[in-house]
Design a protein around this ligand. Structure first.
Ligand code: GRF
Length: 207
């Protein structure tokens, strides 16, 4: 059984996709053992509570230094004994000590086809604003392992989505969520839960 802990900061639609996929048997061999948010107002926490999933809020704002937050954050994660950490719209930088301890056991969903529109400053609507500004015809989402960089770890799954005439950033964001994010994140978790993903020479391989 793969114990996963989902880290969230916002509405939690990706968390909901994971919850629903576990309930529907689309994600097998997996238990959501906790949800952690840095934002006490994140609706994602309500989604966890609605499904009886242990949840907690821990924010850098609650600590005198980032180092103090990082220490407490890692302890909070360790207490839940995760096999896999899932970043689903989590907006806090993962401490290097966590990346090291959970090497190739942290995944992230990014709302673009990495390496496009990713890295520092590319998150949420900003990603879709940049895509529309550049005039690309195809966008999408990426699930990747998290390393010390920003959106730089081995890519596990990607799914493309068409840009349509007249798209606003909000409309495009929703389509990318519906057609890509909510599909490939659960799929990636199921593949990992069933031992079908390995990292070779810095690349993720699906078995
Ligand atoms: C999603 O667009 C995801 O790609 C990005 O942050 C957003 C989170 O949305 N990482 P939600 O909280 O899962 O609804």
């Amino acid at each position: 059984m793969l114990n996963i802990v989902v880290l969230v900061s916002g509405g939690g639609t990706n968390l909901q996709a994971i919850i629903d996929a576990v309930s529907a048997g689309e994600i097998t061999n997996t238990k959501i053992s906790g949800v952690i948010s840095n934002n006490k107002n994140a609706y994602a926490l309500e989604r966890a509570k609605n499904h009886g999933i242990e949840n907690l809020c821990i924010s850098p704002k609650d600590f005198p230094s980032r180092a103090e937050f990082n220490k407490n954050f890692l302890e909070a994660v360790d207490r839940l004994e995760p096999d896999l950490l899932v970043l689903a719209g989590f907006l806090v930088v993962i401490p290097p000590e966590m990346t090291e301890k959970y090497r190739n056991r942290i995944i992230n969903i990014h709302p673009s086809l990495i390496p496009s529109f990713c890295g520092t400053g590319y998150y949420g609507l900003k990603v879709h604003e940049a895509a529309l500004s550049r005039g690309v015809k195809v966008v999408g989402a990426t699930v990747h392992f998290v390393d010390e960089g920003t959106d730089t770890g081995p890519i596990i799954l990607q799914k493309s989505v068409e840009v349509e005439q007249g798209d606003t950033p909000e409309v495009l964001q929703r389509r990318v969520m519906e057609q890509a994010e909510w599909k490939i994140l659960p799929r990636a978790i199921d593949l990992i839960a069933n031992g079908r993903v390995k990292v070779e020479d810095g690349k993720a391989v699906i078995l």
